[in-house]
Design a binder for this molecule. Structure first.
Ligand SMILES: [Zn+2]
Length: 319
């Protein structure tokens, strides 16, 4: 029965609570609605405009909400965006993107959607998605130790220890894109030289080749694998991690040649005996895409809210 038929018949249509997922990137804005199992039921995307990013985002989100043909109704909203994130105000402060600085994206989206909104980076969202739907989901929390690297336009990551996403001092743990992988290397948008992001982010790769990502020469694909391996060796040694999950558009476009170069370099760079079993693996790209990553942020925030003890009633003595 169609929803309108159900209304005419006076019955209450059944509604399933899902997630509104939004992925804000320097080259693309995407939004979608996902069901409670992480399946995308409606999606849309646009190229990121050079200016007026917020009006374009607002239009996109409104269009997705209006286009939803299903009974899946978003109960919360998750957003991936460039970090670092100012947690108090819910604003972004990404390096090299001053136009996005200090815009209170969380508050604006809360007003637009009337949902609770949680924002985080793609790499930290990837960690939450891996806990939800990836290989790590099949392990017990005490066995869930891994790091993620998200290689999109920008590069960042996350760290899971004992089944929990580690936060760091400001809730921004995981800016692995600025690990130095080539001393005196090319300049990064942050102003330093030799950062992973300059070699393994889509923007850095495209600006170094002058070509779109799919037309990257094989030598640069291999160099990207080598630079990723150097970062992975440092991450593993520093964090006592033997499982690193790689996601994002760059590895999914570069494929086997990239992962072969990565494995060969990792063999040279990671020699600690306690990390002899270090695995650097691709996320299942079909299972964990950008919208699932954003929905995972909403799902984790919902779980955290539910786990919080209820506010105690004020005692009469406190009056
Ligand atoms: Zn940098």
């Amino acid at each position: 029965m169609q929803r309108s038929d159900a209304c005419r018949a006076g019955t209450v249509p059944s509604v399933t609570s899902g997630y509104l997922a939004i992925d804000l990137g320097p080259s693309r804005l995407a939004a979608g609605i996902l069901d409670p199992d992480g399946a995308v039921v409606v999606r849309d995307r646009v190229a990121t405009p050079g200016r007026n990013v917020w009006p374009a985002t607002k239009q996109l989100v409104s269009r997705v909400m209006a286009a939803n043909p299903t009974d899946v109704v978003p109960a919360s909203c998750g957003v991936t965006c460039p970090g670092p994130i100012e947690r108090g105000t819910g604003a972004m402060k990404p390096v090299g993107m001053p136009i996005w600085h200090d815009f209170p994206i969380r508050r604006e989206l809360q007003q637009l959607t009337e949902l609770s909104v949680e924002i985080d980076t793609a790499g930290r969202g990837l960690a939450l998605a891996e806990l939800w739907c990836g290989e790590a989901a099949e392990r017990t929390p005490s066995e869930q130790h891994f790091a993620t690297l998200s290689l999109g336009d920008l590069v960042d990551g996350g760290l899971v220890v004992n089944g929990r996403l580690a936060q760091g001092l400001t809730g921004n743990l995981g800016q692995f894109g600025h690990l130095i992988v080539e001393p005196d290397g090319v300049e990064c948008e942050c102003g330093a030289r030799g950062c992973l992001e300059a070699y393994a982010g889509a923007r850095g790769i495209e600006s170094s080749t002058g070509r779109e990502l799919r037309r990257t020469p094989p030598a640069i694909v291999e160099r990207t694998g080598i630079m990723t391996a150097r970062a992975c060796a440092s991450i593993a040694a520093m964090l006592d991690i033997a499982d690193i999950v790689i996601g994002g558009i760059v590895p999914s476009v570069f494929g086997e040649r990239y992962f072969d170069a990565l494995a060969a370099e990792l063999d040279q760079r990671s020699r600690l005996t306690h990390l002899a079993d270090l695995r650097v693996r691709s996320v299942g790209v079909r299972r964990i895409g950008p919208l699932l990553t954003a929905a995972a942020i909403a799902r984790a925030a919902d779980a955290a809210r539910e786990a919080q003890p209820a506010e105690p009633a004020p005692s009469p003595d406190a009056q």
